[in-house]
Design a binder for this molecule. Structure first.
Ligand code: ADP
Ligand code: MG
Length: 686
């Protein structure tokens, strides 16, 4: 049970004053559902304001606090156009306080002619006039405005203002309890970190680096602890020792021989599966490195040993594709493979459920439907999870619990993340790396093209299609406004169909599942030559005849994600091309990142560089690709603090594995705070 002192933090947002149904939507969009979310809604930056005696002291563009006397009102406060309050400073300089729209109405009352007011805002030049547009603060009370000398700027959503959000955060901070210290005393002292509660308050008051670092460390430490508890718990469990005799693997007829990396990974997996406790292994391999056949081999070992295996895919499309690939590869082995997704209904579904229960099905492929309550296995002993990064640790645990916590687990990811992040996200697992591509792969010719050349790009696509080629066209999902993103994809689809005719199809997340699959299928079969897609094609899709990839607004994607997308081509005999369309005004970092895509096809290198280049706070890519498991810690802080967090977590668990001492107790609180409760639950079970 969650410690009681955390309850105020987990109270719902509407217990804060001023939070009503109207704000639910914008707050939800920011992930602000409970009091706790507000205190961890850290400012992006701070506005620093300087108090000036008169305007001669101030610079245009500067945020100032100044005492002014109102001389005149100009313009209507109800009609169109700006409403201007003319004011004079102590030296007789004039400045306009400019308002638009409804704010004009209250401005008239707030700033009566002839009266003096303290004003805070950004000084701007408009023609030869100085002005402050929509001052941030206006008050007769100097102290109140002076208090705004340093103010947080929060990530906002439509329907919220800085002031309103700040008031809510303030209230939430007032509810923060004192908690026992979970950070190691020596480390805390060495780094000069404040107590947890003080750190939260400070992080909202200014750019206090120590405070922010401490909060990031808390998150990393919670994650490390949880992962280690999972690992320790796993060691205590008994799992079936699976040793195949090779009779099924011998019947596999592959059209290629395995790479050294594949053979090594298979040996590692085989060794794990023979153990008396469940395997927890991550197979990390770049797009196209051949993970599927490794997974199949592992599943065949389980079947040889008389057990069942399941393969979980994150999407319907991928599940179907895996089903087909595996069926094809395993032809001639006599192994029974079936598929189960949320869309299988009625008699077919019943038959599959029966087959799983009586053991006539050896291998099941599917979406999370394969772990629903209604699904019972005769003797499930291996779970393969594809595209692991889509699933959190908690979900992973649920899955293996389906096999009474004793199934071997092989997770696979095509996201070649940097070493530090591997530790953060998969710290509880052993890692096998496919760091070698199958021979004969041709490099993909990658080019960065300015969006101004759209006509050329479309003309090139047309030639490609007329020559019988297939192509992907990817539109970004920026997530700030999903509807607008989808509209953009649909618009592109229409535009391309105008040029190319009925050879273009569309896939995006909002299409009904069967439509999505049908469209995907028509592209895979070659009936359609161009697939316009949002990033739903990111994972796993395999259409070897597609040799052209066009990515719009490439700068909006993370490098790892671009790399994955690019990996959709270069799978067949033809030379492949990847065009990265870039927007007009690019930051230097964005330029560097795209240049790097041109330079290298090594996913692991791209991942390392991505982390390095994004260190400067450019987080868009990470958020978008969902590879970033942390809400508080930035990539920079992860680089700096993750290893100490892991070391410390290991030490604590070695010393106090049941987390029963004073610090252990504090650590439990931390796990609840960061909702890694499954770690605590394992303690109770073990
Ligand atoms: P991923 O790691 O992205 O899941 P896949 O398992 O889909 O990669 O493999 C990509 C392609 O490479 C498939 O067409 C597969 O048949 C082929 N492949 C896998 N291993 C080898 C190998 N050792 N030699 C040649 N081709 C291989
Ligand atoms: Mg794959």
């Amino acid at each position: 049970m969650r410690p009681e002192r955390l309850n105020p933090l987990f109270a719902s947002a509407d217990t804060l004053k001023g939070v009503g149904p109207k704000l639910e939507k914008p707050l939800n969009r920011l992930g602000l559902r409970r009091v706790k979310d507000f205190v961890y809604h850290l400012p992006d930056r701070f506005v620093e304001r300087r108090q000036v005696a008169d305007l001669d002291e101030a610079q245009v563009g500067e945020h100032i606090i100044i005492h002014l006397t109102v001389t005149d009102h100009r313009g209507s406060s109800t009609g169109r156009g700006p409403f201007r309050v003319q004011a004079r400073d102590a030296a007789g300089n004039m400045v306009a306080l400019t308002y638009f729209g409804r704010a004009s109405y209250s401005a008239r009352k707030l700033l009566p002619t002839g009266e003096a007011r303290w004003v805070a805002g950004k000084l701007e030049q408009y023609g030869d006039m100085l002005q402050i547009v929509h001052p941030d603060h206006v008050s007769p009370d100097g102290a109140a405005v002076m208090g705004a000398a340093c103010e947080p700027v929060y990530p906002l959503a439509e329907g919220l203002t800085q002031n309103r959000l700040a008031t809510m955060v303030e209230q939430a901070l007032g509810l923060v309890p004192n908690l026992p210290e979970w950070v190691d005393a020596g480390l805390k002292e060495k780094r000069g970190w404040p107590d947890w509660r003080d750190a939260l308050v400070l992080a909202h008051r200014g750019g206090h680096r120590e405070a922010r670092d401490r909060l990031a460390y808390d998150e990393l430490f919670a994650s490390a602890l949880a992962l280690m508890l999972v690992k320790a718990d796993n060691r205590r469990r008994r799992g079936p020792s699976l040793q195949g005799d090779g009779h099924l693997r011998d019947r596999l007829k592959l059209p290629f021989s395995l790479t050294g990396a594949q053979l090594r990974s298979i040996r590692e997996i085989e060794g794990d599966m023979a153990q008396e406790y469940p395997m927890l292994r991550l197979l990390q391999g770049d797009v196209g490195s051949g993970k599927t056949v490794v997974a199949l081999t592992a599943m065949l070992i389980a079947v040889e040993a008389g057990a069942q295996a399941a393969m979980l895919a994150p999407t319907e499309i991928l599940a179907r594709q895996h089903y087909e690939t595996l069926t094809e590869m395993a032809r001639g082995t006599g192994v029974e493979i079936a598929i189960l997704t949320g869309r299988d209904k009625g008699r077919a579904r019943q038959a599959t459920l029966m087959g799983l229960m009586d053991g006539t099905i050896d291998i099941i492929v599917g979406t999370h439907a394969i772990f629903q309550d209604a699904v019972n296995y005769r003797n499930l002993a291996l779970v393969v999870i594809d595209e692991q990064h889509r699933f959190g640790v908690g979900q992973r645990l649920l899955l293996t619990q389906k096999a009474k916590g004793t199934a071997h687990c092989l997770a696979m990811t095509a996201t070649p993340i940097p070493r530090t992040l591997t530790l953060a996200q998969y710290g509880e697992m052993e890692v096998s790396k496919l760091d070698e591509l199958p021979p004969g792969r041709k490099p993909i010719d990658t080019r960065v093209v300015a969006v101004e050349r759209m006509d050329d790009v479309v003309a090139g696509l047309r030639r490609h299609v007329e020559g019988g080629g297939q192509a992907y066209w990817v539109c970004p999902m920026v997530h700030e406004n999903e509807r607008a993103d989808l509209a953009a994809a649909e618009e592109r689809f229409d535009a391309l169909r105008d040029v190319l005719g009925d050879r273009v199809t569309l896939v995006h997340g909002q299409l009904p599942g069967d439509v999505k699959d049908a469209n995907m299928q028509r592209f895979a079969s070659g009936e359609m030559q161009v697939l316009v897609a949002t990033t739903v094609i990111e994972v796993g899709v395999n259409v070897p005849n597609a040799s052209l990839m066009i990515i719009e607004q490439a700068e909006r994607f993370g490098l790892a994600q671009l790399h994955q997308l690019r990996g959709r081509v270069g799978r067949g005999a033809a030379e492949s091309v990847c065009l990265l369309l870039r927007g007009r005004a690019l930051s230097e970092t964005a330029r560097d990142r795209l240049a790097l895509m041109r330079e290298t096809q090594d996913g692991f290198r791209l991942a390392e560089e991505d982390l390095r280049l994004r260190g400067g706070g450019e987080l868009l890519g990470t958020r978008q690709s969902g590879e970033h498991a942390f809400a508080v810690a930035t990539p920079e802080q992860i680089g700096d603090l993750l290893e100490p967090a892991h070391d410390d977590a290991r030490l604590l668990i070695e010393r106090d594995g049941g987390l029963t001492g004073a610090r252990g107790d504090a650590a439990r609180t931390l796990l609840y705070l960061f909702e890694r409760d499954y770690g605590v639950q394992l303690l109770r079970g073990g």
